[in-house]
Design a protein. Structure first.
Length: 88
């Protein structure tokens, strides 16, 4: 599924168009659902690695922004049904 967060293939944070990784906003046991529901974005590789290693503030910002977008499209009940909790 396409991303619900962006249309263009560019880093969601910096706008860069090279060295991009697909970042699943909800990862671990929620990664498959993130793929199925379009809860991912493009991140420049270095930003992606930093996010997974130590940038918990960006991780939380992306989770909250994605939840807002998902709920606007499908409703809050569906978000909790799919992802099991709220990140806002």
């Amino acid at each position: 599924m396409d991303s619900i967060m962006q249309r263009d293939k560019a880093c969601f944070v910096s706008g860069a168009e090279v060295e991009l990784d697909k970042h699943h906003i909800y990862h671990g046991s929620r990664r498959k659902a993130a793929d199925e529901w379009g809860c991912w974005c493009w991140l420049r590789h270095d930003i992606h690695m930093d996010l997974h290693q130590r940038n918990t503030a960006l991780d939380q910002e992306l989770k909250a922004a994605c939840q807002d977008r998902f709920e606007a499209l499908y409703g809050p009940e569906k978000f909790r049904q799919v992802f099991g909790k709220s990140y806002i």
